[in-house]
Design a protein around this ligand. Sequence first.
Ligand code: B12
Length: 231
Amino acid sequence: MELTSTAGLAELSTAEQLPALRTHYLQAVHLGSGRAADRVVEAALDLNFTANQLYLDIFQPTAYEIGRLWQRNEFTVAQEHVATAIIEREMRDLHGYFQPQSACGRTLVLGCVEGELHRVGNRMVADFFEQAGWTVFTPDTAVSTETFVAMARDMNADLIGVTAQLVSHVPLVGELVRALERQGLGGIPVIAGGRPFVQHQELHPSLDVKFCAGDAAEAVRRANALFPERT
Ligand code: B12
């Protein structure tokens, strides 16, 4: 499979570039070729797409497409595992692009609920908050309610972020909110992400979760709006 050259992409209109990049990226990860996927990332950067756009306009829709194709048996479990590993490795490679300009003096404690293995979106949220100047503490994985509470207390969290992608994991978000209240930390707002929250907008208020967001950029915008500027 031939990958469109950067020169070829440059000849497309801006509106055509993104779908072309996405198509080539999906093909690359479907083949399990990290090198081909890297060439798409390099081409996008050459075309002045930002790392933020790579995350939200290429990696995230590609992951969703993989989920759709996986359900239709057009992506095997093994192909999905390799594709996700490529996305995660490229996110580590792009981490330098998420350097903050300046610190905003706020701290986010972030993680996935216990048993939750979907961590790619959680990591994206971490990178976007860091770029916006937040101090982010995250184990990059699932944590027990007890550990979440300890992290919130020990790291002086201004905000707590939690991912639950499976419907069966949603009650754990409510459990976290109640555990924080029991420990006198109920004043710290909790925000959540994951498919169930996006699909059922009535869910987060019922759990005393401040807001949910469908992507990392929206999460940062809404979090910044919760806090008045510190001077
Ligand atoms: C990759 C993947 C996996 C990988 C995850 C590996 C990893 N390292 O993360 C593995 C193989 C482990 C996996 C396992 C399973 N998976 Co899976 N998986 C996916 C897939 C294809 C992509 C997920 C992804 O990477 N998305 C990309 C990221 C960037 O998007 P995101 O997670 O939505 O994150 C964004 C927003 O949600 C938001 N956000 C996320 N977190 C937070 C937190 C806060 C605080 C805020 C504000 C916002 C926010 O911002 C993020 C960035 O912009 C999805 C398909 C899909 N449509 O999501 C299925 C999917 C999520 N999986 C699904 C299922 C069913 C499973 C399994 C049960 C399968 C099985 N039978 O074993 C297991 C459960 C594992 C577990 N215990 O958690 C279903 C879930 C259905 C549901 N909601 O109930 C999906 C939707 C697939 C499908 N179409 O059916 N999976």
